[in-house]
Write a protein that binds this ligand. Structure first.
Ligand code: MRU
Length: 343
């Protein structure tokens, strides 16, 4: 199947309209479909931090357009030189969330654009288009790894909503469903933010792809019954030894999958590779507010809550990493280095 023939591609969470960013607000889905119009770096910083836009590639795309806003603001700022004002604003955007490497990769790439004021918008459009294109290539590559009649389980939302469109893990699931090699899709709720229950189910329902929601803790018994063939997830960072960082709970799924002989597929474009991370130990894991999990009935102090929102899955638990440049089986440092040399 070629990427041009792919169906199920109707969702675009990030776009540029009327001199600003148009973001589908992921905090209020599935109840409401509301778009926010973002016209300043301050507003974009808040939108990333508060998860109006989320998912590593989508955050990277928003940051690419954020560089356009940063250039405009820096050009209008007479207090300091353009380059200093531009870089200050990019650094500010970089401080919005710490884990998704796509954010930093996009902002670093923006700094390399020759003439920021005239060329950045075209560059940002290309960053978005390249992401969608990579997702479709990965969709086909990943689906080709599946046997016929695969039963798959996904965690968090690594779909169109988390990218420019089509999705990474959900891109493989979309392509696999179209190719009729996936028979069953389980979606983890993904506590505490419920990306699976609210976002993955929303996208699949919107495109008529049948899926079954499960509480996160159901995965173990489903695997024990032999009801899952593949766990398919995205990543917020892929490290140079093949470790990956993804939504909290991915590591537990990886351990469960190994124990039960279930395969684990990581689907991530090369913009999610962290060239400076030798292993998962080098990645900053975001800790979000305890308010996201502590019931409001309690007063903080005596009781509290711990809310790390990502974890590290070591390379030895991963069956394949699918990128737009190819599929790496049993990833390790040597194979990652060979991939990087192709870029
Ligand atoms: O906290 P989130 O919702 O931004 O976390 C998102 C994830 O963990 C995704 O699995 C990851 O970014 C890959 S998205 C293609």
């Amino acid at each position: 199947m070629s990427k041009e023939k792919l169906l199920y591609d109707s969702i675009r969470p990030v776009s540029w309209r009327n001199d600003g960013l148009r973001l589908l607000d992921q905090r209020v889905l599935p109840k409401e479909e509301v778009y926010r119009h973002i016209t300043s770096t301050q507003a974009l910083y808040s939108a990333i931090k508060d998860m109006v836009v989320r998912g590593a590639p989508a955050i990277g795309i928003a940051a690419a357009y954020g560089a356009v806003l940063a250039a405009k603001e820096a050009a209008a700022d007479t207090a300091i030189a353009f380059e200093e004002g531009f870089h200050q604003r990019l650094d500010f955007l970089a401080s919005s969330r710490p884990t998704a490497i796509n954010l930093f990769n996009a902002l670093e790439a923006a700094k390399q654009v020759n003439n920021p004021i005239t060329e950045l918008l075209g560059w940002a459009h290309q960053w978005l288009e390249d992401d969608i294109s990579a997702n479709k290539v990965m969709g086909v590559y990943g689906a080709n790894c599946l046997s016929s009649k695969a039963r798959v389980l996904t965690h968090c939302n690594a779909g169109a909503l988390a990218t420019g469109g089509y999705g990474t893990a959900l891109g493989v699931i979309r392509a696999g469903f179209q190719q009729q090699c996936i028979t069953t899709i389980y979606a983890d709720e993904t506590r505490p933010w419920n990306q699976g229950a609210r976002l993955t189910l929303w996208e699949l329902q919107k495109e008529g792809i049948p899926a079954t929601l499960i509480a996160d803790s159901v995965a173990a018994s489903l695997m024990k019954k032999g009801a899952v063939d593949w766990v398919i997830v995205g990543a917020d960072s892929v490290c140079m030894n093949g470790d990956i960082v993804n939504k909290i709970g991915t590591y537990s799924l990886a351990v469960l999958a190994k124990h039960h002989g279930v395969k684990l597929m990581i689907v991530a474009p090369t913009t999610t590779i962290d060239l400076n991370a030798k292993s998962g130990d080098d990645i900053v894991i975001e800790q979000r507010s305890s308010d996201e999990i502590l019931p409001k009935d309690y007063e903080k102090g005596v009781v509290n809550a711990l809310n790390p929102v990502f974890d590290v899955t070591p390379a030895e638990l991963i069956s394949v990493i699918v990128t737009e440049k190819g599929v790496i089986e049993s990833p390790d440092a040597r194979k990652m280095q060979a991939l990087i040399e192709q870029l």
